[in-house]
Structure formats: structure tokens, C-alpha cells
Design a protein around this ligand. Structure first.
Ligand code: GLU
Length: 280
């Protein structure tokens, strides 16, 4: 039996309970994968340990079950996969595409004309080697020149010049943790993910991820970035807004919240996941 070769995934960060924004990403990625008869994986992005909240991974998994979002295989935890990220870093170093950087955040803010708080374009101070007497802090990826072009399945054609927009970006942080951008690329490839469906806030990360895939000779999956969930006044949903604390959810609330997520995704009449699968 030749099953579909489509593999989708949902990759929550266990930094709090599932909220409406992450439920939309979960439902959206589930529907994209299942609609094509594909597999759907769950990966816990628990790499940023200072931000991880104990118990929240299990809470998220419980919530997914509650919404009827069954996943395939075992849940992978990024915190157990450091050796894979080390290998990727070694490959990038061997190819001359990663280098040590001594710059502190304060130094970069001072050097940048960007408004305070915005992520400044890296000015390349350590690009040609560490200045004498400086100690390495982070590791950066050498951003390729020129635009990265990809077709997003929701937003259409996207062009982004990583070198101009972010410059060489951090792949291993000063605290020794691997950065999200590297880990996500390594994991999506290692898990044979063919379609990435996730929140619209990550659209601006995609070009960086494609640049890393190319540098590591990894395939590029298809991308779909879902509508951002906002507060009724249009402001961005914060960590606590729209949180869906599971124990308080009765069956009616679960159904109503699922329908809300389906409406945000553009399923106008579906009252359940099964109906949504049939609708489109
Ligand atoms: N862990 C990320 C988040 O929760 C999502 C990463 C991804 O889907 O690529 O925002």
C-alpha cells in the first residue's frame, strides 16, 4: 500500500497552555496534512529552557487529544536532540558558513540605527574573524547575498533578502543554547517533513530557514503561513490572551473553540474536524 508521502507537523513551544493562536496552527497543519492523506507529527520545541514551563508540554498534548487532533508516531522533544544540532553546526563550520561572534546585545544596539528593541541588522564586526582579545559568545550563520524566493501556499510569492534584512544571524546563542532557526531546519529535515503550516508570525523566519537548508544541503518543504489571530480590537494576541486552560473546558467549550479556530482558517460551515476535511 503506497501511502501519501506528505508529512506535516505542529511544533509548539511548551511555554504555557495552548492558546487560540496555537490551536489555529495545530488545526490548520492537521487539516493540510490529513486532507492529502499525509502524516501529522508533533514536535515539542523545548529548546529555550529558560522559557519552558514545567507541565506545559503535557498540558498541550492533553489539549490536542481533547480537540481530536491525533498525531502519528512518538512526540519528539528538541531538548533530546542536541547532538543533531551539533552535527549541523559542525557541517556549517566546515563549509565556512558559521563563525564565532563576540558582540554583546548592548554593543549591537549601540552600533545600530534601528529603534531600540527592534532586531538590528548584524553589522558584521566578527565576520572576518574575532577581533584580538575578544571572547566568543554566540555563533552566527553567514547570510547569503541576494533574495530568497519561495511560494507560500497562503501568501503567494515571497521574496526576502536575508543579508539585508537581518544579516548574519545567531544559530547558537551566547547562553549555549541552539537557536530556533537552526533547530527547526534540522528537525524538519530529519523528520522528513514535507509541509510546514504554522502561524503567520513566522513568515519572516522562513527565508532564514531556507538559507540554512541550502547551506546544509537539505530539502525545502512547502510553506503555508496561517492568518494571525488577533484580539477583537485587532491588536496582536499576547501569551496570555486567548489561553485555553484545559481543565476548565467542558465539551461545549471545546466544540465552540474548535469552530472558532475553523472560522479563522476560513472553514465557514464546518462544525467538526471531519466536516472541515470534507469541506475543502
Ligand atoms: N515553536 C514555534 C512556536 O511555537 C513554532 C515553530 C514552527 O512551527 O516552525 O511559535
Amino acid at each position: 500500500m503506497n501511502r501519501s508521502s506528505v508529512t506535516g507537523r505542529f511544533a509548539p513551544s511548551p511555554t504555557g497552555p495552548l492558546h487560540l493562536g496555537s490551536l489555529v496552527a495545530a488545526v490548520g497543519s492537521w487539516l493540510f496534512a490529513r486532507r492529502e492523506g499525509g502524516r501529522w507529527l508533533v514536535r515539542m520545541e523545548d529548546l529555550d529552557t529558560p522559557r519552558v514551563i514545567p507541565g506545559s508540554a503535557d498540558e498541550i498534548l492533553g489539549a490536542l487529544r481533547r480537540y481530536g487532533l491525533e498525531w502519528d508516531g512518538e512526540v519528539d522533544y528538541q531538548s533530546t536532540r542536541t547532538a543533531l544540532y551539533e552535527d549541523a553546526l559542525a557541517t556549517l563550520r566546515a563549509r565556512g558558513l558559521a563563525y564565532d561572534c563576540a558582540c554583546s546585545r548592548a554593543e549591537l544596539q549601540r552600533a545600530a540605527s534601528a529603534p531600540l528593541g527592534a532586531e538590528p541588522v548584524y553589522p558584521g564586526f566578527c565576520r572576518a574573524g574575532l577581533p584580538p582579545g575578544r571572547t566568543p559568545r554566540a555563533v552566527r550563520f553567514r547570510a547569503p547575498e541576494g533574495a530568497i524566493v519561495f511560494d507560500d501556499r497562503v501568501h503567494g510569492r515571497i521574496e526576502e533578502d536575508v543579508a539585508a534584512r537581518t544579516g548574519d544571524f545567531v544559530i547558537k546563542r551566547a547562553d549555549g543554547l541552539f537557536a530556533y532557526q537552526l533547530a527547526v531546519v534540522v528537525d524538519d529535515a530529519e523528520q522528513d517533513v514535507t509541509q510546514v503550516v504554522r502561524g503567520g508570525d513566522l513568515l519572516t523566519s522562513t527565508a532564514r530557514q531556507i538559507a540554512l537548508q541550502r547551506a546544509l544541503s537539505l530539502p525545502t518543504p512547502s510553506y503555508a503561513h496561517l492568518p494571525l489571530v488577533t484580539n477583537p480590537d485587532g491588536s496582536k494576541l499576547g501569551k496570555r490572551d486567548g489561553a485555553l486552560p484545559l481543565p476548565t473546558l467542558d465539551d461545549d467549550r471545546v466544540r465552540a473553540t474548535l469552530v472558532q479556530a475553523l472560522r479563522i482558517l476560513g472553514y465557514e460551515d464546518a462544525e467538526s474536524l471531519e466536516e472541515a476535511l470534507r469541506e475543502k
